[in-house]
Design a protein around this ligand. Structure first.
Ligand code: PHE
Length: 345
């Protein structure tokens, strides 16, 4: 005997199997209708109590078949539709269309200048040494012959690490001299590029962080003339083959004698006057013969070895080269500023 409730499940099964699904929207409607939380299969379960006991088993099986059929129809259609969608987007692919433009990064002006300096010294056999920015008092000051009451150690000049009187942010790359000389036997011929820190008020001209390149050459019979010739070579590679230099006597605790090197910039425009303070000369670096005390501090015998060292700031050279008026621009990382520097390397 046919049960009228079985007719209902038959009809629903037929509806599920013959559902016409031609789009993802229709698929979603189908899913909500038969598989969603408020689907139309569920309410049929309520009919269970009207089903004769001997038919209850079959009714249960039929209900289950509805769910299985709905899931099958859903998954078959889903995979057909997604295959069609990807084929359609492939068919629409225009292989002749120009590629989307890419944003190529550019080197920071400080890196550009630093890389040039490194290249110039690498050509004459200087190796690059990179060292820590968090230094101890000994490498930054004591080894470099800077006595304990020297004003450079003042809290106003140096950033000390919290709860430490010995750890600090290096104030110059000269700390690398001490690192290298205590760990390597001469001959030593290195340059050390890197970031340094000083507790200074930030303005258009000075910043509390900047970059230096340090140079150190220690061997037997290294003379002041060797230093002068090396620096002249550097100046001519950097500023052009006719560049003139001059060395002015100066003072650094870690070199004796000490000098500052100027390059001739010219005095033609008003800007030249301003930049060179009316002299035509531009100060580029500090240098000198490594003080015998520094060699001793680093366990190198000053009777056997001599050396020269120099150190130069990078930001000022970058500002001159690219006509940048405010040092702060170099640290703000504004993309509009940075992308003006197209760089080959
Ligand atoms: N360390 C010095 C400075 O920061 C520069 C320097 C380096 C001078 C090496 C002499 C020798 O001003």
């Amino acid at each position: 005997m046919s049960n009228p409730i079985f007719d209902k499940t038959d009809q629903m099964l037929a509806a599920i199997k013959s559902a016409s699904i031609t789009s993802l929207e229709e698929l979603e409607t189908f899913r909500i209708k038969y598989l969603g939380s408020k689907n139309i299969i569920k309410p049929l379960f309520a009919e269970m109590r009207n089903v004769a006991n001997e038919d209850k088993k079959e009714f249960g099986q039929r209900m289950n078949a509805l769910k299985v059929a709905a899931e099958e129809v859903f998954h078959t259609n889903k995979s057909t539709l997604s295959q069609a969608a990807s084929k359609a987007s492939y068919d629409q692919l225009d292989l002749t269309a120009p590629p989307a433009s890419q944003n190529i990064g550019s080197r920071h002006p400080v890196s550009l200048v630093m890389n040039r300096i490194i290249n110039i010294f690498e050509k004459i056999g200087f190796a690059v040494e990179e060292e820590r920015e968090i230094e101890d008092d000994w490498h930054n000051f004591t080894a470099m012959n800077t006595p304990e009451d020297h004003p450079a150690r003042d809290m106003q000049d140096t950033f000390y690490l919290k709860n430490s009187v010995t750890n600090l942010l290096r104030t110059h790359t000269s700390s690398v001299q001490a690192r290298v000389m205590t760990s390597t036997k001469p001959p030593i011929r290195i340059i050390a590029p890197g970031r340094v820190y000083r507790n200074e008020t930030i303005s258009a001209r000075s910043h509390c962080q900047f970059h230096q390149v340090e140079g150190l050459y220690v061997d037997k019979n290294v003379s002041f003339a060797d230093m002068k010739q090396t620096l002249l070579y550097f100046a001519r590679e950097m500023y052009g083959p006719d560049t003139k230099i001059r060395l002015r006597p100066s003072y650094f605790p870690f070199t004796e004698p000490s000098a500052e090197m100027d390059v001739y910039w010219g005095l033609e425009s008003e800007a030249d006057y301003r930049i060179t303070k009316g002299t035509g000369w531009l100060e580029i670096l500090g240098c000198g013969m490594v003080d015998p005390n520094v060699l001793k501090n680093c366990n190198i015998d000053p009777e056997e070895y001599t050396g020269f060292a120099f150190g130069m700031g990078i930001e000022r050279q970058a500002m001159l080269q690219y006509k940048i008026e405010d040092i702060r621009l170099l640290f703000e990382n504004d993309v509009r500023f940075l992308k003006q520097f197209n760089s080959a390397y």
